[in-house]
Design a protein around this ligand. Sequence first.
Ligand code: UDP
Length: 474
Amino acid sequence: MFEVNVTARSAEPFAELLGPERVVALQRVSEEIRGLLGAHAVFNVSSTATGGGVAEMLRSLLRYARGLGILARWAVIEGPPEFFRITKRLHNAMHGCAGDGSPLGAAEAALYEQVTKQNAVALDALIRPEDVVVCHDPQTAGLIPHFVCKGMRVVWRCHIGHDQVDPEVELAWNFLRKYVEQAPYSVFSRQSYAPSWLHHKQTIVLPPNIDPFSAKNQFMDEATTRAILFDVGLVGGPRGDAPAVFSREDGSVGRVDRQAEVVRVGPAPSWKTPLVVQVSRWDTMKDPLGVLRGFTECLAPDIPRDAALVLAGPGVRTVADDPEAPQVLRSVETYWRQLPDSLRRTAHLVQLPMEDTEENAAIVNALQRHATVVVQKSLREGFGLTVTEAMWKRRPVIASAVGGIQDQIQDGVDGLLLRNPEDPREFANALRRVLSDEALAERLGRAGFERVRDEYLGITSLENWAAVVRLLFS
Ligand code: UDP
């Protein structure tokens, strides 16, 4: 177990986007929350400090909470690979997928219990009775009874789920129920993710959020975007003169290092080539293989505007809590290698550096911003922050009508939804439509930006969490 340091950041810049009254109201709410908490902390416990939407959101939420004077902290649990294999199995089951189909029986339950208990005991050194503890996702559900016993105010925040009743989901709930039902409140991203046995009074629904001022989402002009992508080898020349810079959280200027560890298979597309981009973990639920097949089998040979595909994900060596990633990447790469030359040239596989630095976030920012179309062809999706991030960057998004993506995109208004994510032709047709109609692309991008501004920025999330803390103290 270790604690993650998050630097405080002022919420003042939100005034530019949403008006000063909103910030003043938030400051007032924070004062009330500080009063309720007294000397106590809001302690978040998750399973990873890097990679994926949970880490992304926590960092953003915590930095503004701290800027508002709330003692918000974050610890990450640790465990052996076998523990993370079990929790990945649980994660898949909660999405209604068998994954590798391995059992979730007594042996798995015993190891899960043992590792979560060890972490809970280690956390006793950091978390004090009467602190608020927010446990994130199935990995940390096992810690709930320990914290409840010690008198802490506990919330379970579940970021994933499945819209339908499903035997796999039931399996996961059978495993987790005895832990989850002990938390006075559980927070889900969608109402349909809450299990039927949880009393409705214990259930809260909150959408996730992005930080518009982080290195991942801050404004970046075209010349800078180009310089960053060129320097890390994601697009070919000419480079232009702009420096590859971004604004750091502390207000200083950050530079993206030419040597950033980007691993690319095949030559880089030229800056002028329109890009179809999916940025996602290497996970079958994100369907990277389906994206590659849809693009190369169904869109080729007459790819509109000679667009190219970029499938980008984290460097697989670095992801501790995602043991399936190397195998998924391998299967995508094997498929890519077997493509005829002419098609292989249209598709690019990229491993991005995943160490959670602002430099690396700026690379993702540049890639999403440079995309002509962003896709998220997930077969399952908890919420889909990559969709939010792309909408914020005014990119037209084509994404599957699954999980939280359905809440974010109104089909034809602020993006296009794929009704059957398994169908590569529907995917290719949507791509053809957006690539060939610039007015449509522009309209979807603009509406997407407005939607995110109004509903999915960190300030809304802070207001929502303030309401949860109030409930815990009522
Ligand atoms: N992400 C990233 N680099 C990658 C892949 C993903 O920084 O190579 C980020 C992405 O920008 C987003 C988060 O990880 O902020 C993924 O969140 P999402 O909700 O889309 O999916 P999750 O990974 O949580 O299932």
